[in-house]
Design a protein around this ligand. Structure first.
Ligand code: ADP
Ligand code: ASP
Ligand code: MG
Length: 389
């Protein structure tokens, strides 16, 4: 009897009707004879509302009470789904993460998983009970509630699947797989049948939010197979595994409302990468020459990042290089030789559209483009990369 973990994201549990539908999907898998542990997100929009409440009270990420508040949406959905399953004759019970527990460090808002205890889940499944676990949540050794970063229910599911040695971790969302580019941005995007962990990691890290970056990393480290599929339509979805083929071009990920910073430093640029990592700041490195690095960041975080950098003694200056309204980043995930690919792409785009940057990086070509021509450029690049042949 295979053990499967199924995770249902916010849109999949957005309404009571959707939760009833999820219960029918879980029932199908259960009746097919599999053991299942289910992980759920909060109903769509709920976590954002909770984050707004916390901000309105003058607090935010980093405060233990932020986690206490924003983790609560998941507690509601796990209980509701357990009710729906019991009503269908599928014995079930809900768990909050602390009841397992999933132990994390105390980086509130972005906690790192230290240990996952699945003894009670195994006992339940052996007794014919389908456990439903609230995703996104953890607990510190000091009994404080934590959260695993936005989109963190994916990580909960993968971590539980790894601990259970499940045959697969199925992530159900509103899209029927991982696409060459966000299908909500570009309707000719193509679904990938398979993708390897490294490529998925690049896609997720650069903005393909269909899977949380931390979840991919965890799956890669524990060699846990992941399948992304839709809870709205049937289909094979996309399987993420170690043996999926390498591709010349894998796909594109997009960063919205970005800004570009130039940082002059003394010593080693790794210090800057480490500083940003420690503060959970996502950035895309696009140049590192002559003691000056150029990074692309989320424009909203510009004041915080500038302030943080300027306080470091090894930082000589922070210059806002491209800070204007409505800039987007397109990251093309591809294999070597990236320099050659980048040069060809720049040459191809130049006569047609305005591009502020086109820079090669490790397994990537990064472009900074005006947001109002984002879709046009994505379309041109999508064809250029051969995704539409
Ligand atoms: P959930 O609430 O189920 O966790 P998310 O909103 O976190 O779902 O992720 C699904 C969304 O990811 C899709 O609606 C889609 O807009 C977006 N997305 C971004 N990049 C991609 C991609 N390459 N493939 C599929 N979906 C993507
Ligand atoms: N509800 C959380 C969020 O919106 C976690 C998740 O959906 O995965 O970020
Ligand atoms: Mg998600």
């Amino acid at each position: 009897m295979a053990c499967i973990v199924q995770k249902f994201g916010g849109t999949s549990v957005a309404t009571l009707d959707r939760i009833l539908h999820v219960a029918s999907l879980v029932e199908q898998t259960r009746r097919a004879g599999h053991n299942i542990a289910v992980v759920v997100s909060a109903m769509a929009g709920v976590t954002n509302r909770l984050v707004d409440y916390v901000h309105s009270m003058g607090s935010g990420e980093g405060d233990a009470e932020y986690d206490s508040v924003v983790s609560s949406g998941e507690s509601v959905t796990s209980g509701l789904l357990a009710i729906a399953l019991n009503k269908r004759g599928i014995p079930s019970r809900s768990y909050r993460a602390w009841q397992l527990p999933i132990i994390t460090d105390d980086h509130f808002g972005q906690a790192i998983i230290k240990q996952v205890n699945v003894d009670s889940l195994i006992a339940d499944m052996n007794n014919g009970i389908t456990p439903v676990i609230s995703g996104f949540q953890g607990i510190t050794e000091n009994q404080r509630i934590t959260t695993l970063g936005r989109g963190g229910s994916d990580l909960s599911a993968v971590a539980i699947a790894s601990a259970l040695k499940a045959s697969i971790c199925e992530i159900y969302s509103d899209v029927d797989g991982v696409y060459t580019v966000d299908p909500n941005i570009y309707s000719n995007a193509k679904r990938l049948e398979t993708i390897n962990y490294e490529d998925m990691l690049e896609m997720a890290a650069q903005g393909a939010k269909v899977l949380q970056e931390g979840a991919v990393l965890y799956g890669m480290r524990h060699n846990t197979a992941i399948r992304v599929a839709s809870s709205f339509v049937d289909g094979h979805g996309t399987v993420i595994s170690a043996d999926a083929q390498d591709r010349e071009y894998t796909g594109m990920a997009i960063g919205y409302n970005v800004a570009q910073l130039k940082i002059a430093y003394r010593g080693n640029s790794n210090q800057i990468a480490q500083l940003l990592n420690q503060n959970f700041i996502k950035s895309t490195l696009i140049r590192d020459i002559s003691n000056e690095i150029t990074i692309i960041i989320d424009k909203q975080r510009l004041p915080l990042i500038t302030d943080l950098l300027e306080r470091q003694e090894y930082v000589q200056s922070v210059r806002q290089e491209l800070v204007r309204e409505h800039l987007s980043r397109i990251t093309i995930v591809c294999s070597d030789p990236v320099e050659e690919k980048c040069a060809n792409i720049a040459q191809f785009l130049q006569p047609n559209v305005r591009v502020f940057e086109c820079i090669p990086a490790n397994r990537q070509v990064n472009l900074v483009v005006p947001s109002d021509s984002l879709q046009e450029i994505v379309g041109l690049l999508h064809k250029w990369c051969g995704f539409e042949q």
